[in-house]
Design a protein around this ligand. Structure first.
Ligand SMILES: Cc1cc2nc3c(=O)[nH]c(=O)nc-3n(C[C@H](O)[C@H](O)[C@H](O)COP(=O)(O)OP(=O)(O)OC[C@H]3O[C@@H](n4cnc5c(N)ncnc54)[C@H](O)[C@@H]3O)c2cc1C
Length: 275
């Protein structure tokens, strides 16, 4: 729902606008009589055979019971929180948190990427194949990424790494035209001309409401109880998509794991004799 162009989902040769794709998927699910309801889940109770989810707060809260639950609450990208960054992100003006999704739009152009972990290095390497030049802003005097990833990035000719560097402002009204940054040791400020600004400082899985009843890892991702399946550590509760996937994070991988979860849930119900 939060993106404009999706160019890499199979079945759309011309690309597709994100919200339209969501409407298409919903319409397809409804063709099979799926009961689609809107609401915010505030609490869950997976302790018994009958799973409970609570929608909404206070007197208006509604309790839904189910024999099985598939969790697909996704993960939210972290942002720096600068006014200019958020404004340009919201108007689709060249600020992105996903190089694989949006790198294509910056072919042959100069971009900045902010981040210092393994994912930031991977995204920078990916962008370097498409872009003319990639400038990487690292806040400290070293990266958090593994040595192997750091070496990979350092060996790429069109990536320049600026250490001790913080973003002050993303420049441009209708779209990114540059970035103002500061060296946090010397205090020196400068502008760089770029057309894309990528933020790769991590994701936060939307799993807070599950923390008391499900095994989560140290970052909050749902722990995949059995690799190659959608099982969680609670019988009858399955994961799908970015809430348990810290590696791929693509629409098609989320849809694929959604299919795995549906099949696993169906088998679980069949084994219990529930039809
Ligand atoms: C700006 C942007 C551009 C992207 N572009 C691409 C692209 O071009 N190609 C690509 O393959 N991928 C792209 N992605 C990544 C892709 O969108 C995700 O990988 C995919 O949507 C993950 O699907 P999901 O179902 O796991 O989670 P999501 O799509 O994030 O869906 C999770 C849903 O759960 C809801 N939710 C969370 N908590 C609760 C709760 N407590 N109660 C009720 N609802 C809740 C959320 O509101 C959300 O609607 C992009 C992502 C972003 C942000």
């Amino acid at each position: 729902m939060e993106t404009t162009e999706v160019d890499n989902f199979p079945g759309y040769p011309e690309g597709i606008n994100g919200p339209q794709m969501m409407m298409d998927l919903e319409a397809q699910a409804k063709r099979f009589e799926t009961d689609v309801r809107s609401g915010w889940i505030t609490k869950v109770d997976f302790s018994g055979d009958v799973k409970k989810v609570f929608v909404g707060d206070g007197d208006d809260a509604v309790e839904i019971h189910a024999n099985t639950v598939i969790l697909s609450t996704g993960a939210s990208a972290k942002w720096l929180g600068l006014e200019s960054e958020i404004r340009l992100r919201d108007i689709g003006g060249g600020v992105s948190a996903c190089a694989v999704c949006d790198g294509f739009f910056y072919r042959g152009q100069d971009v900045v990427i902010v981040g210092a972990g393994d994912s930031a290095c991977e995204e920078a390497s990916y962008l370097a194949k498409l872009c003319n030049k990639v400038t990487m802003f690292v806040r400290r005097d070293e990266m958090r990424a593994s040595k192997a990833m750091q070496n990979r990035v350092k060996a790429i000719e069109n990536i320049e790494i600026l250490y001790n560097t913080e973003t002050l402002e993303v420049l441009g009204e209708e779209g990114v035209e540059g970035v103002r940054f500061r060296n946090n040791i010397s205090g020196e400020e400068a502008d760089i001309n770029v057309t894309g600004f990528f933020v790769a400082i991590g994701h936060k899985p939307n799993t807070d409401i599950f923390k008391d009843c499900l095994e989560l890892d140290e970052q909050g991702y749902i722990v995949q109880a059995k690799p190659g399946t959608s099982l969680t550590n609670v019988e009858g509760v399955f994961w799908s998509g970015d809430c348990a996937d810290k590696v791929y994070k693509q629409a098609v991988t989320a849809a694929g794991s959604g299919c795995m979860a549906a099949l696993d849930a169906e088998r679980y119900l069949a084994a219990k004799g529930i039809h």
